[in-house]
Design a protein around this ligand. Structure first.
Ligand code: PRP
Length: 232
């Protein structure tokens, strides 16, 4: 790749699963089609019908890192991941150097507090008890309980949070809830809704300047597709 090609090549970082699947229609609206199925291929760099646009598959929590340090020009990442990365909830240029031009309104869910159905959360909070909270989302959990004035001991986990209250590891969990089926299957109840979550488009700040002519149309097409969905 020579210098010019490198400047016109656009790399989009996505994670497999819901974010990848729900980003495809938005890419399509921008005239871009990914030519390989990530569920069938083991390739990590996927070509598109545009020679100068490619998709890289990374772990969901690595998307902000790839975009921040220029491993990708753009990425799609959940607000939860962005906050935990340090990107904050503000639009525009965040402190991490990631430009956040768009809420794509995809992969929607919520961040909630859940406990065992036999745990009286309201009473515990009222009496000022210290709660043990297990979560992957320590920044969000710490901020939420600090604002509420509840003292917590956080236990960092990387998955299967629902197990923590069932095994006595924690009194409560802070986790993503979509349908609520996982909580129900594990006899947990949602007691607080911390925030609504959706996926955001993030852009590397240097790319915005150097590749503006290529990135702007993509952002505009995404924005139109998001708006069309709201109306439709
Ligand atoms: C998320 C979350 C819950 C589940 C909630 O896990 O951590 O376990 O989805 O969805 P539901 O309300 O529709 O049941 P995910 O499958 O994304 O995997 P993770 O544990 O790796 O985050």
């Amino acid at each position: 790749m020579n210098g010019n090609e490198k400047n016109t090549m656009l790399t989009l970082a996505l994670s497999k699963g819901r974010i990848f699947d729900e980003t495809m229609p938005l890419l399509k609206a921008a005239g871009i089609e990914v030519l390989e199925d990530p569920e069938k291929s083991r390739k990590l760099i996927l070509p598109t019908n545009h020679a100068n646009v490619r998709v890289v598959l990374v772990r969901a929590s690595d998307v902000p890192t790839y975009v921040q340090y220029g491993g990708a020009d753009l990425g799609v990442t959940g607000l939860d991941t962005l906050i935990e990365h340090g990107g904050g909830v503000a639009g525009g240029v965040a402190t991490t150097g990631l430009y956040q031009p768009l809420d794509l309104q995809i992969a929607k869910c919520r961040m909630s507090v859940a406990v065992r159905s036999d745990f009286d959360y309201a009473a515990m909070v009222k009496q000022g008890a210290r709660l043990k909270v297990a979560t992957k989302y320590t920044t969000i959990a710490r901020d939420f309980f600090a604002t509420k004035g509840v003292h917590v001991d956080l236990v960092k986990l990387y998955g299967s949070m629902e197990l923590a209250p069932l095994t006595g590891l924690a009194d409560a969990i802070v986790d993503l809830v979509s349908t609520g089926n996982t909580l129900k299957a594990n006899h947990l109840v949602e007691v607080e809704r911390i925030m609504d979550i959706s996926s955001r488009l993030v852009v590397n700040q240097a790319s915005i300047k150097l590749k503006m002519a290529h990135i702007r149309p993509l952002i505009d097409a995404f924005a139109q597709a998001v708006d069309a969905r709201k109306v439709g």
